[in-house]
Design a protein around this ligand. Structure first.
Ligand SMILES: Nc1nc2c(ncn2[C@@H]2O[C@H](COP(=O)(O)OP(=O)(O)OP(=O)(O)O)[C@@H](O)[C@H]2O)c(=O)[nH]1
Ligand SMILES: [Mg+2]
Length: 381
């Protein structure tokens, strides 16, 4: 488990939820069950699938909870298990890079092998070149003489490159904080929203989900299951327009004083112009429902898609102006090097697009904050 949120807890503030909604809300149930679809318009547009439970120890009204984002607060056993999963996922990459450093000499052959290994790890040409140049400089500066030391210097170089991507998602500066989630089909958007909702709820935040993936009934149901499982509210509409659903959700979130509204959108390729236009419209409409929103536009990328992930990041950023990334499925066969490519692109962009979370499995607990140093280590083990 991790803690990443900086939130202004609303407990003790004026009543948030509309009592009328509470009266009509289905009973809270721990068992996953689809929440009822709601009409998009009218006062009952958003009804809780289950009421969010306030934290056991509520702080004083309006208190700012200090940010406790350091993963080292995680229990050692929990931490071990997800790190192991990440390492297992990156094992092939790690062993092929580590292989480069098993010799006894630092020579051109070593750098050539390393270049090949980084390219194979999906780092891409630019990031590979960057890392090699940086490594040679580090070797020169430290007068390293054995390959094991060079490996440690490479870990330093990768960690330094990735460091700007290590930032935490801020919750609490707005009520609600509106998060829009986008990505290609099957990247892990809905699952990530489910996991994120769990963590936010665990930290006492009142979350409302917007089922703006209106393409498939199954997509709405999938989000409704997560809503029920996490006991949070959902705004959903049969066959509706994604922008209208999101508008209603943000409006309801504001009226109820929710801490966070998260909009799930349908998967799409960045090359599908009309679908990207639809996504832009969702973003615009969120801004109409609440000034300054969305506060976060997150792209969920599947870590297994290699350099294609960078292409997705660039294209979605151009269309939407991304504020953060979630890289999923790093427990699988992902090679991981693409994060170096994203980091280098981020550097050129001026403002980094942080990796708020990484997905290391399908379970509720399998979402973790990104740590550059740990990731660099996992990549080389
Ligand atoms: N192993 C693993 N599987 C994941 C992870 N995140 C998501 N998945 C799986 O990936 C599949 C697709 O996840 P969804 O959350 O439905 O993806 P989506 O982006 O919402 O898909 P669409 O809405 O169809 O575009 C599901 O089987 C998830 O369980 C992860 O971090 N690790
Ligand atoms: Mg989905």
């Amino acid at each position: 488990m991790f803690s990443f949120i900086k939130k202004k807890l609303g407990w003790g503030q004026p009543e948030k939820a509309d009592p009328a909604d509470k009266a009509t809300a289905p009973e809270a149930s721990p068992a996953p069950a689809p929440a009822a679809s709601q009409p998009a318009h009218g006062p009952a547009a958003a009804a809780p699938a289950a009421a969010a439970t306030p934290p056991a120890s509520a702080p004083s009204p309006g208190a700012w909870v200090p940010q406790a984002q350091d993963d080292t607060q995680t229990k050692p056993t929990d931490r071990r298990s997800w790190l192991d999963r990440l390492k297992n996922g990156l094992r092939k990459t790690g062993s092929s890079i580590a292989q480069v450093f098993t010799g006894t000499r630092i020579d051109d052959a070593l750098y050539e092998e390393l270049e090949e290994a980084l390219l194979m790890a999906d780092a891409g040409v630019s990031a590979t070149e960057h890392l090699l140049t940086d490594l040679k400089q580090r070797v020169k500066d430290t007068k390293a003489t054995d390959p094991a030391a060079v490996k440690a210097l490479l870990a330093d170089g990768i960690a330094e490159l990735l460091k700007p991507l290590e930032q935490s998602l801020q919750i609490g500066q707005h009520t609600p904080t509106v998060i829009m989630v986008a990505g290609v089909n099957g990247a892990g958007k809905t699952t990530t929203i489910g996991k994120l909702t769990r963590h936010l709820s665990d930290h006492g935040a009142q979350v409302l989900l917007a089922a703006a993936d209106t393409f498939r009934a199954a997509a709405r149901e999938q989000l409704a299951v997560w809503a029920a499982r996490n006991r949070v509210q959902i705004v959903s509409q049969e066959g509706g327009d994604p922008a209208a659903v999101t508008f209603d959700a943000v409006t309801a979130g504001k009226a109820r004083g929710c801490d966070v509204v998260i909009a799930d959108t349908a998967g799409r390729l960045a090359t599908q112009i009309h679908l990207m236009d639809e996504l832009k419209k969702v973003k615009r409409v969120i801004g109409k429902a609440m000034d300054g929103a969305p506060h976060e536009v997150l792209l969920v990328v599947d870590g297994n898609t290699g350099q294609n992930a960078l292409t997705q990041v660039k294209a979605f950023d151009e269309a939407l102006g991304l504020t953060g990334l979630v890289v999923t499925k790093l427990d699988g066969t992902a090679k991981g090097g693409v994060l170096a490519a994203i980091a280098l692109w981020s550097r050129q962009r001026g403002t980094p697009v942080p990796v708020y979370f990484i997905g290391v499995g399908e379970g509720l607990e399998d979402l973790q904050t990104f740590n550059a140093r740990e990731f660099a280590r996992a990549l080389l083990e």
